[in-house]
Design a binder for this molecule. Structure first.
Ligand code: NAX
Length: 330
């Protein structure tokens, strides 16, 4: 029998946590053959709710779920984990300055970095979901220097999946037949959803999205803003932010990272820039990546036109600015 993988979910009593933990326990993240032990962390005001989530996990009798730890102790939560999904954070409340929100999250991610570095299993893979996701990931990287940089990532797969969804709706094709969209940059409204290399699987082979959607105007404006603003549209409709789609994307992200991307297909992940595509090194930036044997690599050699160049740079500039704001909070 396979040994269980220990998966940490922080902020597990929250909305995304509530959608995410049953997916993990059902094998959505690591496959239907992989037993898991869930480590769930939250903060004291949410301790009782967290315990309720634990009760429901017991009640769901998931065959793959080999153990459940629900705790408010960050060291206990991080001990021995192979995968860490960081959903807990400090949300921006009305009237709050950006710097104050940043400062709260910097101190959370600094502390959790230290706990992961000391107590996680060797080669633990980390996914940051909590906003500002890219910059929280950068802070975690800085304060967990012994965790390999390539093991630290942030979630832009939700944006990637949103882009796939918009193209599928527009062309009236199945979403699984759409591939190779790209989300570049920050998980924020400056992200650049790029369809220049995307294609559709048809019965006559692969066809470029640009060829099938003749309406350049739609692709170059409405499509981009719809994906960028999708989070806000969900809040408007649900009066709550995206949760099931975020949880599902977090599973996709870890699934593909650990088990590999399909041949000829890439996904978007926020990873540490090595300077590819002229993106300044030292930022956590979303790139197209392929994964094999538990390692991601940035897809190289894609042609970047002038329109895209401007968008790639704008979102990089925002990340550089967030980085200096974060450092000013240290
Ligand atoms: P909730 O407010 O429902 O849940 C957050 C949970 O984190 C709460 O239970 C809270 O008590 C807990 N928490 C706060 N500080 C903590 C700490 N120091 N340690 C452990 N737990 C802590 O928010 P939810 O809707 O679940 O969203 C969670 C985060 O995901 C937010 O930061 C949100 O902005 C971010 N998102 C990121 C997305 C992405 O694609 N990267 C998309 C969805 C989502 O908006």
């Amino acid at each position: 029998a396979k040994e269980a993988v220990r998966v940490l979910v922080t902020g597990a009593a929250g909305q995304i946590g509530y959608a995410l933990v049953p997916m993990i326990a059902r094998g959505v993240m690591l496959g239907p053959e992989q037993p898991v032990v869930l480590h769930m962390l939250d903060i004291p005001p949410a301790a009782e709710a967290l315990n309720g989530v634990k009760m429901e996990l017991v009640d769901a009798a998931f065959p793959l779920l080999r153990g459940i730890l629900a705790t408010i102790d960050v060291v206990e939560a991080c001990t021995g984990v192979n995968i860490a999904v960081m959903v807990g954070g400090f949300p921006r409340k009305e009237g709050m300055e950006r710097k104050d929100v940043m400062s709260k999250n910097v101190s959370i991610y600094k502390a959790q970095a230290a706990a992961l570095e000391k107590h996680a299993a060797p080669n633990c893979k980390v996914l940051i979901v909590a906003n500002p996701a890219n910059t929280n990931a950068l802070i975690l990287k800085e304060f967990a220097p012994s965790i390999p940089t390539r093991n630290i990532s942030c979630l832009t797969r939700l944006d990637h999946n949103r882009a796939l969804g918009q193209i599928a709706e527009r062309l009236n094709v199945h979403v699984s037949d759409v591939k190779n969209v790209i989300i570049w940059g920050n998980h924020s409204s400056t992200q650049y959803p790029d369809v220049n290399h995307a294609s559709i699987l048809t019965k006559d082979g692969e066809k470029p999205v640009r060829g099938l959607i003749a309406d350049d105007k739609w692709l170059n404006s409405e499509f981009i803003t719809t994906v960028q603003q999708r989070g806000a549209a969900i809040i408007k409709a649900r009066k709550l932010s995206s949760a099931l789609s975020a949880a599902s994307a977090a599973c996709d992200h870890i699934h593909d990272w650990v088990l590999g991307t399909r041949q000829g297909t890439w996904v978007s992940m926020g990873v540490y820039s090595d300077g590819s595509y002229g993106v300044p090194a030292g930022l956590i930036y979303s790139f197209p990546v392929t994964c094999e044997k538990g390692e991601w690599s940035i897809v190289q050699g894609l042609k970047i036109d002038e329109f895209s160049r401007t968008k790639l740079d704008a979102t990089a500039n925002e990340l550089a600015e967030e980085k200096s704001l974060a450092y000013s909070c240290l």
